[in-house]
Design a binder for this molecule. Structure first.
Ligand SMILES: C[S@@+](CC[C@H](N)C(=O)[O-])C[C@H]1O[C@@H](n2cnc3c(N)ncnc32)[C@H](O)[C@@H]1O
Length: 293
């Protein structure tokens, strides 16, 4: 096997410029073991296994702060320090020159989903000034930042106020004034209905929901059965030549089943699939569909 140092070098040679956050190990050679670079920090994530001794040793040799996360569906805990120098929990990563705030103490997720890197770049490339983008289930608003950098006016929507504030921080980090953009706290499905009733339309909408969600009234929403309805609702809020980015990381749903759901919600639309970033060379779990009217 290549050493970790060699693997890191090989990955970095293929990364887009000004990018320091990427996947190093994606379930091979150790099944259930994943390793991400987040600026100078390294994050090992394990599913139903321990960190192999060989990996532990190689990580220690790199002399970088290393954190460990247990990928458990029930006990979603923040990563713990594993080895290396003590580092500040809040720090910044760069992706295609865009800066994002990370926080190792924020909980189970650290501020960005690395598997969406190519989609963020594609959103930026597709956006331009004068257009509007609605980013639903926005988390820390990374898609909004990319759209705003391209000149679009963004509306960022999430159930969580801390996430919306994090998005504003990400905007400020990239010299975007959050006051030039909109932020909506609440349930995506309710807001889409409200926008449709108000006649509010967007040129682009990002749909990247969690697999399972409960709205403010306790209603349960599941990707496997409710995605088609979500697409249909989003289309009611889209301008005639607008586009949707539809993604899901739901492992229970096959690529075909996801396509069928999106196609059911968006009949007569052109639908194109896209692959995961090259460094996610393990399980092909992320489904990505672009919908154009
Ligand atoms: C999978 S993350 C989305 C990741 C994000 N699209 C990105 O690329 O960074 C899920 C987010 O959806 C939010 N969320 C969950 N249920 C929601 C709902 N019903 N309406 C709006 N936001 C919701 C959560 O607060 C969380 O921030």
């Amino acid at each position: 096997m290549n050493t970790l140092r060699q693997l890191i070098q090989a990955r970095e040679a293929l990364l887009p410029p000004e990018t320091d956050a990427y996947r190093i190990l994606d379930g091979a050679p150790w099944p259930g073991v994943f390793l991400d670079a987040l600026s100078d920090r390294l994050l090992v994530s394990v599913r139903d296994t321990n960190v192999p001794r060989e990996l532990r040793n190689q990580l220690a040799e790199l002399g970088r702060p290393v954190y460990l996360k247990q990928l458990a569906r029930d006990t979603k805990q923040a990563p713990q320090r594993l080895s290396g120098p003590i580092a500040k929990p809040r720090f910044i990563i760069r992706e295609n020159g865009v800066r994002y705030l990370m926080d190792m103490e924020a909980g189970y997720s650290q501020g960005i989903f690395l598997d969406q890197r190519d989609n963020r770049a594609a959103v930026r490339a597709r956006c331009h000034s004068g257009m509007t983008l609605l980013n639903t289930f926005a988390y820390t608003g990374a898609f909004s930042v990319c759209a705003a950098l391209a000149g679009a006016q963004t509306t960022t929507l999430d159930l969580s106020s801390p996430c919306l504030n994090w998005c504003k921080e990400n905007m400020v980090l990239n010299s975007i004034d959050p006051d030039d953009h909109y932020f909506c706290k609440g349930d995506t499905m309710h807001w889409l209905d409200r926008f449709a009733r108000q006649g509010r339309r967007f040129d682009a909408i990002v749909l990247d929901p969690p697999t399972f969600s409960r709205d403010e009234k306790g209603h349960v929403w599941r990707v496997e059965k409710d995605y088609a309805k979500l697409v249909e609702q989003a289309l009611h809020c889209l301008t005639p030549h607008g586009w949707l980015l539809c993604t899901t990381n739901c492992r229970k749903l096959s690529h075909l089943a996801f396509f069928e759901q999106v196609a059911a919600g968006a009949p007569r639309c052109q639908i194109t699939s896209a692959p995961m970033p090259f460094d996610f060379d393990g399980e092909d779990y992320l489904k990505i569909l672009w919908v154009e009217r």
